[in-house]
Design a protein around this ligand. Structure first.
Ligand SMILES: Nc1ncnc2c1ncn2[C@@H]1O[C@H](COP(=O)(O)OP(=O)(O)OP(=O)(O)O)[C@@H](O)[C@H]1O
Ligand SMILES: [Mg+2]
Length: 395
């Protein structure tokens, strides 16, 4: 997975007067599973279309194996695409849908009497048959060849679309939110399937999603985008554990993001209290963003806490409770297996490795307070609330 295959070099894209991609620099290695992740409108599909050859960047270069391919049309790139609306042919059965691309005659250049001539050639029937059957096996649809498309479930149709894109043996498969139309359960199954197919066939996948869980679960590398810019590139673990700014910290998982001041290497102050942390290299008294993940906070007795707060909402989530705690008007989300009732006063402790100090950025102050989250909870629980006898509490 070390050889570079595709590179976007300083790609800039404008539609009318709007900047859609702002100097994107990115390389993708051979056999890598790379995901473009970001909110709606951040430029994911545009980036994918530039790689696929459906769009040309306003400026900047697209390289494949070190060769500039800006002007190479899509069908001449070693790249296939699965679009979100995968448009299978409804009048053809499963076999014919997958075989479609193989039946198109291709141009072959041959030497004839000292001259180079090009001619159209068709793949032999047997080869088409073998390749389609091999693909159907890979996507777990063996035995479905004669089925009509309308007699397939959403997940099966999705797999036909993937088989159709892979049967031509592209070096790279581009997938634009391919699981968007599927329900949660099927989505999770298909995530595993896609990962398996990618590894089994040894091809490069460039995958687009706005679902952070999906990105973390499937990818070797995640590229987080916002506003046409790359915010961070890294492994799922890097992106989760070491977010580069408040946007990434907020977008990936849940984060409390609090204003802090770096007092010294390894010492950060929040709410006028000093906390030990592992971060260093900031200026003395530099204002910073402090990211604290909900699972990194320990609830302790009020008298023992580094900070003291009041519980404003509790939601049972199965494994843990989502507990919203008000500290001096700033609401945190804490995930804990300890049940703390609403209005109780609690203390918290945070280990040094549970504190992540970030440089201030354009995103500072925009994220990381759970006030609205708890209001949502209150609304939800109000709607469900039915006064009842205290039936569950008999002695
Ligand atoms: N042909 C076009 N002309 C003008 N603006 C466009 C065009 N295509 C895309 N845009 C704009 O470019 C921005 C990025 O679009 P893009 O489709 O890349 O977003 P995305 O990240 O894929 O979003 P989503 O998650 O909603 O699919 C959007 O603001 C969109 O309106
Ligand atoms: Mg899109």
């Amino acid at each position: 997975m070390s050889k570079e295959l595709i590179r976007l070099s300083d790609c800039f894209m404008k539609f009318d007067d709007d900047v859609i991609l702002d100097h994107i620099n990115l390389y993708i290695n051979d056999k890598e599973f790379l995901t473009l992740l970001g909110p709606s409108g951040c430029g994911k599909t545009t980036t994918l279309r530039i790689i696929g050859g459906f769009l040309s960047p306003t400026s900047g270069d697209v390289l494949f194996d070190g060769v500039r391919i800006n002007d190479v049309p899509p069908h001449k790139r070693k790249v296939n695409t699965v679009f979100q609306k995968y448009a299978l042919f409804p009048h053809l059965n499963v076999f014919e849908n997958v075989a479609f691309g193989l039946r198109i005659p291709r141009t072959q250049t041959v030497e004839q009497e000292g001259k180079t001539v090009s001619r159209k050639v068709k793949l032999p029937k047997q080869e088409i048959h073998d390749r389609v059957m091999e693909m159907l096996e890979i996507v777990n649809l063996k035995g479905f060849e004669k089925r009509s498309i309308s007699a397939l479930s959403g997940g099966q149709q999705q797999r036909v679309a993937i088989a159709r894109a892979l049967v031509n043996r592209p070096k790279v498969l581009l997938l634009d939110e391919p699981l968007g139309a599927l329900d949660m359960r099927l989505r999770k199954d298909m995530q595993q399937e896609l990962k398996r197919i990618q590894q089994e066939m040894g091809i490069t996948f460039i995958y687009v999603t706005h679902d952070q869980e999906e990105a973390l679960a499937m990818s070797d590398t995640v590229v987080v985008m916002d506003g046409g810019r790359i915010q961070q590139i890294g492994t799922p673990e890097d992106i989760y554990n070491e977010p580069k700014n408040a946007f990434v910290a907020d977008f990936i998982g849940e984060s409390n993001i609090i204003d802090g001041i770096m007092r010294a290497d390894g010492v950060v102050e929040i709410f006028n209290r000093k906390f030990q942390c592992l971060d260093k290299g900031f200026a003395k008294d530099e204002p910073v963003d402090v990211v604290i993940r909900p699972e990194d906070v320990d609830i302790v007795d009020e008298s023992q806490g580094q900070l003291r707060g009041t519980v404003t909402a509790v939601t049972f989530k199965g494994v843990h409770y989502d507990t919203i705690v008000d500290f001096y008007g700033f609401k945190w989300l804490i995930q804990t297996t300890d049940f703390c009732p609403v209005d109780s006063h609690i203390g918290i402790k945070i280990d040094p490795d549970g504190i992540h100090v970030l440089k201030k950025s354009q995103y500072s102050g925009m994220f990381g307070d759970y006030s609205s989250y708890s209001e949502e909870y209150e609304e939800i629980s109000d709607a469900d609330y039915e006064p009842e006898e205290e039936s569950g509490h008999e002695e």
